[in-house]
Design a protein around this ligand. Structure first.
Ligand code: SIN
Length: 547
């Protein structure tokens, strides 16, 4: 027998929307809060699609086992294998659920099967897409429509422009939250708070994320005492068009577009056997190297148009084509200048398959969560899928007597305690621009121990806690918290693996140590312990700090 609960869902991306709908269907009373409008989410901008293998959408020879293997390979096998199996094997069920809700995935010309795209590090074409290159928007729209209908029936309360400032805590148990709506500060009681607040892109100068990606969920959960894991793993997307601050989907390279430098040289063939479809971290680093030596990088899709016929790119990628046209650019006619940019955070709030964190009453789903699914580097088009699978898992397991095997937490090898650090009153306050400059230089595609130690020192001294007077101040504080967690974790991991690349590390070996680390906020008086070696006053709880 399931007990009906009061659930507060924070965030209106695919994870939050799907969780809210699922919880309503399971008889819970749900309030869905979002800091802007419902459509203002990272999911809305997802172009490429959703990876899924199923009977109605299967490339020749593809199977769920291949999707699992590709996810593990992209993640440098730092993934939790059980979480990956759960993700890939439940994928098709969620695709069918979306279809039933009215999501029209693009179909092959016969209309019988979904059209499947290819993206980096996938061994088979298995990416379902919608609206050509508007997959996130099409899915989120269908979910928003349903949420609005449920709200119209009085089964769901939607609070837009409600910025969550704090979680309410009673003896270590989350019992609600406080939010700002306009100038009014309001308290909402809840049996469970589910954070689905998305990514952290605004930490960096160049990102594919919208400006609202300010790590709110991670910072709120951190303050509440939740375990944070895999923070060092930040993914950079290879092809952002700086002039318009928008991403050109990897699906364009999946169709055959190549990367060239200013001399027209196709440089990726010399970097990786899969060339432009190498794992994202490899491509982003290669582009970074061209830029670091003063060169330029272009995405060249002219041969795709030549091979597939005039107008193909505009039909397959209508939104990208329109946005490029507004900048006077045309993929079919000329190479388009691109750059690497922050895209996704594999790290986040430690969560099991039911979204449960280490803090009772607090659940998390989507990019804010770290379920162990992505390992050291997320496979393309696994993020909307994770949002669905874990948004569903977090909501469908609520109030169940027996959470079951799916709720088994993913294992963490080392956990460090991190004190808040003493804010330096003499230090100049860190502006958003200053923070982005620091993160781009020191927490970016390539890192060094020296740069990370400096980042830790600056971020530990910068005010990041509660007490912010405005939403902007609070968001800056959230980003400083996330930046510090990334810096500490990246400093602690002295070898390169996946998206974490240290130029001062020994060259990656065939068998890097696959250990995962986490941090919890110290609740006792900080004791400086330099032997922990992570540059600030953190205490080593278990094991060695140098995985
Ligand atoms: C893209 O379309 O290139 C992004 C897809 C993803 O991040 O999974």
């Amino acid at each position: 027998m399931r007990k009906p609960l009061e659930l507060a869902v924070v965030g209106s991306g695919v994870a939050g929307l799907y969780a809210a709908i699922t919880a309503v269907e399971h008889g819970h009373r749900v309030t869905l809060l979002t800091k802007d409008a419902l459509a203002d989410s990272n999911s809305w901008y997802a172009q490429g699609g959703i990876a899924a293998v199923g009977p109605r959408g299967t490339s020749r020879g593809d199977q769920v086992a291949s999707h699992i293997e590709d996810t593990l390979t992209a993640g440098a096998r730092l993934n939790d294998p059980a979480a990956v199996r759960a993700l890939c094997s439940s994928a098709w069920g969620h695709i069918e659920a979306l279809m039933a809700l009215g999501t029209d995935f693009d179909a092959e010309p016969s209309g019988e099967h979904p059209a499947l795209g290819l993206e980096a590090a996938h061994t088979h074409a298995r990416i379902l897409h919608a609206g050509g290159d508007s997959t996130g928007k099409v899915i989120a729209s269908a979910l928003i429509d349903l949420c609005r209908r449920l709200a119209g029936q009085g089964r769901l309360e939607i609070l837009e422009h409600a910025f969550v400032t704090d979680l309410v805590d009673d003896a270590g148990v989350v019992t609600g939250l406080r939010y700002l709506q306009g100038a009014e500060a309001i308290r909402l009681e809840a049996d469970v708070v589910l954070l689905a607040t998305g990514g952290i892109g605004s930490l960096y100068g160049w990102t594919t994320n919208p400006a609202g990606a300010t790590g709110d969920g991670a910072a709120l959960a951190w303050r509440a005492g939740a375990l944070m894991v895999d923070a060092e793993f930040v993914q950079f997307h290879p092809t952002l068009v700086r002039a318009g601050r928008f991403m050109v989907s990897e699906a364009v390279r999946g169709e055959g577009a190549i990367l060239i430098d200013g001399d027209g040289h196709r440089f990726m063939t010399g970097v990786h056997p899969a060339a432009e479809l190498a794992p994202r971290d490899v491509v982003a680093r290669a582009i970074h190297h061209v830029h670091a030596t003063g060169g330029q990088v272009f995405l060249d899709a002219r041969a795709v148009e030549d091979a597939k016929g005039q107008g193909y790119l505009a039909r397959r990628f209508p939104s990208i084509t329109t946005r490029l046209a507004a900048l006077g650019l045309d993929l079919a006619a000329a190479p388009v200048p691109v750059t690497e940019a922050q895209h996704y955070w594999m790290g986040g709030v430690h969560a099991d398959g039911c979204g449960r964190t280490t803090v009772p009453g607090l659940r998390v789903a989507g990019e804010a969560a770290c379920t162990g699914t992505h390992g050291a580097n997320r496979l393309a088009s696994n993020s909307l899928l994770e949002a669905l699978v874990h948004g569903f898992g977090a909501a469908s397991s609520l109030g169940a007597d027996d959470a079951g095997e799916a709720c088994t937490p993913t294992a963490i090898d080392y956990v460090f305690e991190l004190s808040d650090g003493a804010t330096d009153p003499a230090a100049a306050p860190l502006s958003l621009e200053g923070l982005q400059e620091l993160a781009t230089a020191r927490l970016g595609v390539e890192r060094t121990g020296e740069g990370l130690a400096k980042a830790v020192a600056t971020l530990t001294a910068a005010p990041s806690g509660p007490g912010a007077r405005t939403r902007e101040e609070a968001e800056l504080g959230h980003l400083i918290t996330v930046g510090r967690l990334i810096a500490e974790a990246a400093l602690a991991r002295t070898t390169s693996i996946g998206a974490h690349y240290r130029t001062d590390a020994p060259p990656p070996t065939a068998a890097p140590r696959r250990v995962r680390t986490g941090f919890v906020r110290a609740t006792r008086t900080p004791t400086p312990d330099t032997s922990a070696g992570t540059g600030s006053n953190d205490l080593l709880l278990t094991g060695s700090p140098n995985p």
